[in-house]
Design a protein around this ligand. Structure first.
Ligand SMILES: C[S@@+](CC[C@H](N)C(=O)[O-])C[C@H]1O[C@@H](n2cnc3c(N)ncnc32)[C@H](O)[C@@H]1O
Length: 274
């Protein structure tokens, strides 16, 4: 068992996925590009392949533009919970766009998953606040939480109109967890993790992707606290990976200036104890 075994790794053992722009263009409406924190689609496909089976149900409680929904083309059933209506509209638009080309799209995705040839799974889109919504019983969860103060981060500097627009869309709702300060964010995430613990069946998995942050030139790590949250709620660590995101121009400029650039992302997988 090895996540993304057919992809290359760098000297640190970090997985190297290519950019997913081409794949996304074939599967999603163009507006999804405005979402600033999408999960790499190649990574999502590999997580689904490694930790789930056709017929299983996967829930993403931070649904974003619906990257996890691609798993229905791999025969899994998917529930998405997302607070921003703008993004759930895009999820529904994406699903509607697949209707007349499901077989081709299943082939496009299944080329990457050892030839799955069964039916498309079901997709349930829930537009709501994951602090309040009841989570459906599920075999697996896959998600990337937002960060505390995401609005401050995104909106705090001199932004181009386009970046400001995507920042505003990203944390529009009052109860968006990315708007909370560190204290209230941790409190809210604690309750979210309680619900995660209640809805995943014994033997099921949770995979969380999270990138460290840099503050005043120092790395702020998140993996330890996520591991603490899950292991205190009846989960054990199943697999820990890192992947290295392709760099951006801004990162290259920052690196040349000697600033700390974080382009590795943790992929943390847990199994619910029997
Ligand atoms: C890091 S992004 C996830 C992106 C997603 N994996 C994708 O590939 O599109 C986090 C998402 O969580 C959503 N979110 C934040 N607070 C939420 C809440 N309380 N309930 C549901 N969704 C929330 C945000 O709107 C954002 O789209």
């Amino acid at each position: 068992m090895m996540l993304a075994e057919h992809y290359p790794r760098d000297d640190n053992g970090w997985i190297l996925f290519p950019r997913d722009t081409e794949l996304r263009r074939k599967l999603q409406p163009a507006e999804v590009m405005e979402h600033p924190a999408k999960m790499n689609m190649h990574l999502l496909i590999e997580i689904v392949k490694e930790f789930t089976r056709p017929g299983d149900t996967i829930t993403d409680i931070f649904g974003g533009v619906g990257t996890t929904a691609v798993a229905i083309l791999m025969g899994r059933n998917v529930n998405l919970i997302e607070i921003e209506t703008h993004f759930t509209d895009l999820q529904n638009q994406m699903r509607a766009g697949w209707v007349d080309q499901e077989q081709d799209l299943r082939q496009l995705v299944s080329k990457k998953i050892d030839g799955y040839t069964g039916d498309t799974g079901n997709l349930l889109v829930i537009n709501g606040d994951n602090q309040r919504v009841t989570y459906p019983p599920t075999d697996h969860m896959i998600f990337s939480p937002p960060y505390a103060n995401d609005l401050a981060k995104l909106g705090g500097g001199a932004l181009t109109a386009q970046t400001q627009k995507s920042a505003d869309l990203y944390t529009h709702s009052r109860e968006n967890l990315g708007r909370k300060n560190e204290f209230f964010y941790r409190q809210a995430m604690g309750k979210v993790y309680d619900k995660v613990g209640q809805s995943v069946r014994a033997g099921g998995t949770v995979t969380i992707t999270h990138r460290d942050r840099s503050r005043a030139g120092r790395r702020i790590t998140f993996a330890n606290s996520i591991i603490r949250e899950l292991t205190s709620r009846g989960f054990s660590v199943l697999d820990l990976n890192k992947w290295k995101a392709p760099g951006t121009i801004a990162q290259r400029i920052n690196a040349e200036k000697g600033a700390l650039v974080i382009n590795d992302e943790d992929v943390l997988t847990f199994i619910k104890d029997e």
